[in-house]
Design a protein around this ligand. Structure first.
Ligand code: G16
Length: 572
């Protein structure tokens, strides 16, 4: 067995290592600076209790973006030096974010390993390549992202770090070959276990869904299906699940070879970036982001908003998905997500929670058995089968619902389509017209000023309504305006400043937030929502229906004045 020594390397703090909504995301060239990744990894080890490091098992993998392979070798060497017992790596360093969560819950627990955690190497939906983004985040033993108390500690540690530990003489491990490589260090044996990236995840999906029912749907002559992985890590799962297990045609997979630079594209599954899928619509289309935790659901020339998607999944889960056959424990959404899920929860008498943006906030609810299905407007949908949002799970959930709705007419008749399912849902529950405007990479100072101005305005609702009515007299009055604050019902922790809300008398909402996932400058997100219960008014074009509120939002926030932008970068 190869022996290794532990080196203590002197370092100094590097500015700007504060984890955002989901980990630290920066340009690759920032991560490649001397000590940059090392400082963050050591600061993470130092933020954890000793038993979560010494003798522990760590999963280290990600979406395969540029710099991942180097980063994995660095983290292996630092893990060895910090007394970790074994590191688990998906073959070629690939594991989707949901698969990491699945592996932690299914496999690490089962093998008796203690104190497990994971470093997930991804910048999610941000582009990859030498000039683009890299990212890293730490997940806890329950398979979910580290909570704020840990990420705050990590950040504090990055500001005072003086040294890191590394086994510099440990040879690079071949992560392309499945198998265990063992080494000996000052504290005994250290193993690197490279395993198949997909098998645990595929097994889990088969235990949740009725694969036979989905298979029947996919083989129906009237049904067409297409899945676009945008060259992200979802490709490593799509072939195994959709083609090998469910019998879809190989031609139904688009961009399913994972690439370090996502083929030069932007691996963000929305109407702007998943262009190929939007251009050639099948009966059912879906797309994923870089690390496969996001999803976009499409019918034939019909976009399902993520807010509607989670509501529709919740409304149909018990009948269409075997995992939920005993009922739902509760449902949850992030604050800016539309209230479509709230209405379903009321109708079905389900526990309901509204949390801040960030999947980590769902974890406590799920661990406490209070929530089964949850979702976010940012193309994230999932359930308590793991502690991350899950792109392929969402696609399988939709395929299950379509299969259920068509169980009696799969032999050639007219199918109930995605659009039919959504329209039927609106007819029962009403429709939440919804849109999000993103202003990407605006000047950080200008963005801060815009937000500060909106907060200041909130202290005087009479003044707000004077301005609003001056812009559009046909919108309802603002009845409340605040900054969203969340008290976790499980551990009582409080998260402040989670988005600026303007709430209107008719249930409409304007929400303003700064994104926590960008790598440069600031991204302003504006979320606009309006509820329509009247069945004769639920069929309008959403941009047209929301026109007056959009006008109010842009003028009230002085968007163009502050940012110099006359139009958003992306509208969804
Ligand atoms: C992350 C979080 C999500 C969050 C999203 C958007 O997603 O996991 O819970 O909704 O960021 O964040 P923001 O609006 O701050 O950019 P991902 O897919 O980027 O990991």
């Amino acid at each position: 067995m190869v022996m290794f020594k532990v080196s203590r390397v002197a370092t100094t703090p590097i500015d700007g290592q504060k984890p955002g909504t989901s980990g630290l995301r920066k340009k690759v060239k920032v991560f490649m600076q001397p000590h940059y990744l090392h400082n963050f990894v050591q600061s993470t080890f130092n933020a954890l209790s000793a038993d979560k490091v010494r003798g522990a098992t760590l999963v280290v993998s990600g979406d395969g973006r540029y710099y991942s392979k180097d980063a994995i070798q660095i983290i292996i060497k630092m893990s060895a030096a910090n007394g970790v017992r074994r590191v688990w790596v998906g073959q070629n360093g690939l594991l989707s974010t949901p698969a990491v969560s699945a592996v932690m819950r299914e496999r690490l627990g089962a093998d008796g390993s203690k104190g497990s955690g994971a470093f997930i190497l991804t910048a999610s939906h941000n582009p990859g390549g030498p000039h683009e983004d890299f990212g890293i985040k730490y997940n806890m033993e329950n398979g979910g992202p580290a909570p704020e108390v840990i990420t705050d500690k990590i950040y504090e540690n990055t500001k005072t770090i003086k040294e890191y530990l590394i086994a510099e003489d440990l040879p690079d491990v071949d992560i392309s070959a499945i198998g265990i490589t063992s080494f000996t260090g000052p504290e005994g044996q250290f193993d690197v276990d490279v395993f198949d990236s997909a098998s645990d995840y595929v097994k889990l999906m088969k235990s949740i869904f009725d694969f036979q029912a989905i298979q029947k749907l996919l083989s129906s002559p009237s049904f067409t299906f297409c899945y676009d992985a945008l060259h992200g890590v979802a490709g490593a799962y799509a072939k195994r699940i959709f083609v090998e297990e469910l019998g879809a045609q190989e031609s139904s997979l688009l961009n399913c070879v994972p690439k370090e630079d996502f083929g030069g594209g932007h691996p963000d599954p929305n109407l702007t970036y998943a262009k190929e899928l939007v251009g050639e619509p099948p009966e059912f289309g879906a797309a994923a982001d870089g690390d496969a935790d996001r999803n976009m659901i499409l019918g034939k020339r019909f976009f399902v908003t993520p807010s509607d998607s989670v509501a529709i999944i919740a409304a149909n889960a018990v009948k269409a998905i075997p995992y939920f056959s005993d009922g739902l424990k509760g449902v949850a959404r992030s604050m800016p997500t539309s209230a479509a899920l709230d209405v379903v929860a009321q109708h079905l008498n389900l526990k309901f929670f509204e949390v801040p943006t960030g999947w980590k906030f769902f974890g406590n609810l799920m661990d406490a058995g209070m929530c089964s299905v949850c979702g976010e407007e940012s193309f994230g949908t999932g359930s308590d089968h793991i502690r991350e949002k899950d792109g392929i799970w969402a696609v399988l959930a939709w395929l299950s619902i379509i299969a259920y709705k068509n169980k009696d007419n799969l032999s050639g008749g007219k199918l109930v389509t995605v659009e039919d399912i959504v329209r039927q849902h609106w007819a029962i529950y009403g429709r939440h017209y919804y849109t999000r405007y993103d202003y990407e990479n605006v000047d950080a100072g200008a963005a801060k000023d815009l937000m500060a101005c909106l907060v200041k305005l909130q202290s005087d609702l009479t003044e707000v309504n004077k301005i609003v009515k001056g812009i559009r007299s046909d919108v309802s009055n603002v009845v409340n305006a605040d900054e969203f604050e969340y008290k976790d019902p499980v551990d009582g922790s409080i998260s402040k400043h989670q988005g600026i809300r303007y709430l209107f008398g008719d249930g409409s909402r304007l929400v303003f937030r700064l994104s926590g996932t960008g790598s440069e400058g600031a991204t302003i997100r504006l979320y606009i929502e309006q509820y329509e219960k009247d069945p004769s008014k639920i069929g309008r074009d959403s941009q047209e229906a929301l026109g007056p509120l959009v006008e109010v939002a842009l003028k009230l926030s002085k968007m163009e004045e502050f940012t110099g932008r006359s139009a958003p970068t992306v509208i969804t």
